[in-house]
Write a new protein. Structure first.
Lengths: 259, 259
């Protein structure tokens, strides 16, 4: 399975511009025969715009999803994207995965809201992160701060996820996440973790870029710098990684009191 | 609290030579006013010597412990060390912490045995890793492979450990542990993790060195290269680390189904 990841400038202003950028990236991903394109958290309508989260949030199946599903179908590439969802009288920091025919494969509401802005804008999700299949591989979905907690990635690995897709909006100054924690999650679970961040500045908030697709040995299969980038990597079969390159085997885990 | 860590050559042959090396390191640690010295896994009688594990293993309070307790007392420095313990009709991959007066502060039997040699030599521990206090700081104790599983460090952090001491014997080729997983454990729990490895070669098995004392921001307070080394670092108060330098706050953790 080939995975594409779009690191987009957070300064990209309107939802229309962002939809255009996704379409261009889907076309490029299709040209490289990627099965899926991963883009950042709250791509629609944007991350650092609390004034817009409630006013622009859309329901599932709304205009954003319809437009993106059509793009995915036209290019024959799946899409995982973050967006502001209106549902159940609340606004959620959500992520959705569309298959290459535009059909919804997974939907998730961020469980670990980060900081005051997010807690003011969004209600925290309570459901388990989803596991879905694309291009014959089982994948899981988390959002940003979720990946910093080992429990959530572990939960997905236990349910058979071979790769975790993580739309994120990680500001500059928090680079320990992409440098240490994302590859550690991959390594400790023996899976792939793809972390799609913004670069650039949105209303005074700088983003660190550094999007990465980390492998089960903790090494980057592909990584972006601090500017806009589309990165693409083939995810080898997990069996291609020698056992000693992977860390703690989940099957080995013993907890105190285990016989 | 000042912490010292001894990276010793695995080629150091006899238990007597190893006891001498610990005494020299305790003297050096005392001169730097360290509260505690951490040394590798199975320092006594050695790691890659399965023929000796059963024949040389000692009970708690045996000659090794008596000798080390006397050294700790003479130098006024605590000691955390790995050793082969005979008890309950079995041999255990154990670690013990002695206080600066030679009194036993903690004892632990490795829960995550690694590989065929260890599983043949030792019975796996079933008890929870201990938390103890030294120099006014709460510390936890794990051994080697244990630290690769996020669950064990998390369990200690939940019980108030500010620092986790990890005697280890990590062969060359597994450097992702000290490079990624040890600092990730520190970062994701907002604590210190000290990982004391061997260097050199013991009966054909090469050790990678790279012992490290990692801080809550994931950065090394001190690190060794690939040769013998004594490293010493002051562990600042956890409150000295700005919140944004530390990763996921344990207090923030929400699991699926949490309200």
């Amino acid at each position: 399975m080939k995975l594409a990841l779009l690191q987009i400038s957070a300064a990209t202003a309107s939802a229309e511009e962002r939809l255009d950028a996704v379409e261009a990236a889907l076309a490029a991903a299709a040209a490289q025969e990627a099965a899926l394109l991963l883009v950042p958290e709250l791509l629609l309508p944007g991350y650092n715009c609390p004034d817009l989260h409630a006013t622009l949030a859309e329901p599932a199946g709304g205009p954003w999803q319809l437009a993106l599903a059509e793009m995915a179908r036209v290019h024959g590439v799946g899409l995982a994207y973050g967006w502001a969802e209106r549902a159940e009288g609340a606004v959620w920091n959500a992520a959705t995965v569309l298959g290459p025919e535009g059909v919804q494969l997974a939907h998730y509401r961020k469980i670990q809201l980060f900081g005051e802005m997010e807690r003011a804008s969004f209600r925290a999700g309570t459901g388990a992160p989803p596991v879905f299949e694309i291009a014959g591989r089982r994948c899981g979905l988390l959002i940003c701060y979720d990946i910093e907690f080992p429990e959530h990635a572990r939960g997905l690995a236990r349910r058979g996820a071979e790769a975790i897709l993580v739309p994120t909006a990680n500001p500059a100054g928090f680079e320990h996440v992409q440098r240490l924690l994302v590859p550690a999650r991959a390594c400790e679970n023996g899976i792939f973790v793809a972390y799609a961040n913004y670069c650039g500045t949105d209303r005074g908030l700088d983003f660190g870029g550094g999007s990465v697709i980390a492998g089960p040995d903790g090494a980057a299969l592909a990584a972006a710098g601090t500017g806009p980038a589309l990165i693409v990597a083939e995810l080898p079969e997990l069996s291609a990684y020698p056992a000693e390159a992977v860390s703690a085997q989940l099957a080995d885990l013993r907890l105190p009191g285990d016989g």
